[in-house]
Design a protein around this ligand. Structure first.
Ligand code: B12
Ligand code: SF4
Ligand code: SF4
Length: 273
C-alpha cells in the first residue's frame, strides 16, 4: 500500500472509531510502541503485584506478549468526565469492571467488526492487563497523537485532559501513524495534579536516568512512586461500598479508586458553574 493510501486508511479508521463510541482515536506503528519508554523500562522495574495487575502462572518478570503478526496499533479513548464519576467505579459482577470500560469494549468490538466488513482486515482487541497479553496503553496513545504524558504520569489530551480511559486493537498491516502531536501543557504549570495527591506519590524523585538509562521515566522525570499510589488504591478498596453482584444476589464491592491527580488537572476540565 502506498504511504498516501495507508494514511487515508488510518484517517478512515479514526473516523470509524469515533462513529462507534470512541471520543478519541489514533494509530501507531507497533515497532514504535515496542521501543517506547514503558515497554523498555518494564523488565528493569521491581516486580509489581498490586492493583491493575493480575496473577498468570508461568509468566516471566517483564514479559510482554507482542502479537506475532501485528504491525499497527489502533488506540481508542472514552472520556470519563468528573460529573459522570460512575463511569470509573469498579463493580464486582459487572462485565468489564466499570461502565466506562464497557463502553470501550463495545466500541473496540464494533470497530473490529467494521474493519473486517469494510476492509477485510482482521483486528485483535488486546486485554487491559499486561499479564494477559496487554500492552502499555499510555505510550501507544502518545505515539498515536492523542496527547502527552503529563507530570501526573498519565496521558493528558487537549480536549479532555487526563480524564480518558484507553484500549487498543492490533492489525497485521502497516498503517501510517497519526502522531505524535506537539502538545505539552505541563511546561509552565504549577502542578496542582501533584499537590492533590493524598499520598504525595509525586513529591520526590524516586527513579533516575542513571539507574534506567532512560529520559522518559514514571512521572516524566522519575517522580511517580507506584508504591505510594498503591497504598491509596488499597485504602480505596478498604472503603468500598457493599453491593449485590449482578443478578446472582451474592454480596460484592463497589470501589471508587482515587483519581485526584487526574481531576486536579485544568486541561480539558468542564468549567464549574
Ligand atoms: C498497573 C496499572 C496501575 C497501577 C500501577 C501504575 C504504574 N504506573 O506503575 C496502579 C494501580 C497504581 C495504577 C494507578 C492509576 N491508574 Co493505572 N494502570 C495500570 C496499567 C494496567 C499498566 C500501567 C503500568 O504498569 N505502567 C508502566 C510503568 C512501567 O510505567 P509508568 O509508571 O506508567 O510510567 C511510564 C509513562 O509515564 C511513560 N512516559 C513518561 N514520559 C513519556 C514520554 C513519552 C513520549 C512516552 C511515549 C512515554 C512516557 O514512561 C514511563 C516509564 O518509564 C494501565 C493499563 C495499560 N494496559 O496500560 C492502567 C492505566 C495507566 N491507569 C490508568 C488510570 C486512570 C489510573 C489511576 C488514575 C487510577 C484510576 N482511578 O483508574 C491511577 C493514576 C496513577 C498515576 N498518576 O500514574 C489509565 C490511564 C488513563 C490516562 N489518562 O492515561 C490506564 C491507561 C488504564 C485505563 N483504563 O485506561 N495503575
Ligand atoms: S495539572 Fe495538568 S497540565 Fe499541570 S502539570 Fe499536572 S498534568 Fe500537566
Ligand atoms: S491516583 Fe491518587 S494516590 Fe495515585 S498518584 Fe494519583 S492522586 Fe496520588
Amino acid at each position: 500500500m502506498s504511504a498516501a493510501a495507508s494514511a487515508a486508511l488510518s484517517a478512515a479508521i479514526v473516523r470509524a472509531a469515533l462513529d462507534r463510541g470512541a471520543d478519541l482515536a489514533g494509530v501507531a506503528r507497533i515497532d514504535d510502541v515496542r521501543g517506547s519508554p514503558s515497554h523498555r523500562i518494564f523488565g528493569l522495574l521491581e516486580e509489581y503485584s498490586g492493583a491493575g495487575s493480575t496473577m498468570v502462572l508461568g509468566r516471566v518478570h517483564g514479559q510482554i506478549d507482542w502479537p506475532e503478526k501485528a504491525r499497527s496499533v489502533i488506540i481508542i479513548a472514552v472520556r470519563h468526565p468528573e460529573e459522570e464519576p460512575h463511569l470509573d467505579w469498579w463493580r464486582d459482577g459487572l462485565s468489564g469492571g466499570t461502565e466506562g470500560n464497557r463502553l470501550l469494549i463495545d466500541a473496540g468490538a464494533e470497530l473490529a467488526a467494521w474493519l473486517v466488513a469494510e476492509h477485510g482486515i482482521a483486528a485483535g482487541v488486546l486485554p487491559y492487563h499486561i499479564e494477559k497479553g496487554g500492552i502499555f496503553l499510555k505510550d501507544a496513545a502518545v505515539l498515536a497523537g492523542l496527547g502527552c504524558i503529563g507530570r501526573n504520569n498519565i496521558l493528558v489530551t487537549p480536549a479532555y485532559g487526563p480524564r480518558v480511559r484507553l484500549r487498543c486493537l492490533v492489525v497485521d498491516i502497516e498503517l501510517e501513524s497519526t502522531g505524535p502531536v506537539d502538545f505539552d501543557p505541563c511546561l509552565d504549570c504549577d502542578m496542582p495534579c501533584r499537590a492533590a495527591c493524598p499520598q504525595s506519590a509525586m513529591a520526590r524523585i524516586v527513579r533516575t536516568k542513571e539507574e534506567y538509562g532512560l529520559d522518559e521515566l514514571p512521572g516524566r522525570e522519575g517522580a511517580y512512586d507506584r508504591d505510594r499510589c498503591e497504598v491509596q488504591m488499597q485504602a480505596d478498596v478498604g472503603e468500598h461500598e457493599g453491593i449485590t453482584r449482578g443478578d446472582s444476589g451474592e454480596p460484592g464491592k463497589l470501589v471508587r479508586y482515587c483519581r485526584r491527580c487526574e481531576t486536579a488537572c485544568w486541561v480539558g476540565a468542564t468549567p464549574r458553574k
